[in-house]
Design a protein around this ligand. Structure first.
Ligand code: 5GP
Ligand code: ZN
Length: 112
């Protein structure tokens, strides 16, 4: 797996930065977002370091959405967003490809 020494998500994969891990396979890693937009907001990332979706090998990309699906099922969310940002103008802050899975709770449900 390629990694970039300065990349926070590569450090999370290696365990050098702690995270709440949800899933791990040979090619994919998933963990809770540190600043969640809702309870269960998860990030699913390829273990291969790449900044944008075009930098990631197809075999890695094809393993990501099935993991997103598993997380949706695990949370029981009926309403959710799957988001993936590329580039600053598209609101990408962390330069390691990631897919957000953001449950949309009922209005009576909050972060707690
Ligand atoms: P972006 O705007 O790049 O699509 O989203 C980056 C996401 O990464 C943000 O939702 C942010 O809260 C999350 N994030 C940034 N740094 C960390 C970290 O060190 N740990 C975790 N778990 N999430 C992070
Ligand atoms: Zn990285």
């Amino acid at each position: 797996m390629s990694s970039l020494a300065s990349c926070i998500f590569c450090k999370i994969i290696k365990g050098d930065i702690p995270s709440f891990k949800l899933y791990e396979s040979e090619k994919v890693f998933a963990f809770l977002d540190i600043n969640p937009l809702s309870k269960g907001h998860a990030l699913v990332i390829p273990k291969h370091h790449g900044e944008k979706i075009t930098d990631i090998p197809d075999d890695m990309l094809s393993e990501i959405l099935p993991v997103v699906k598993k997380l949706v099922k695990a949370t029981g969310a009926e309403n959710y967003n799957v988001l993936q940002n590329n580039g600053r103008l598209a609101h990408q802050e962390v330069d390691h490809v990631h897919f957000h899975m953001i449950p949309k709770p009922n209005q009576t449900e909050g972060l707690s």
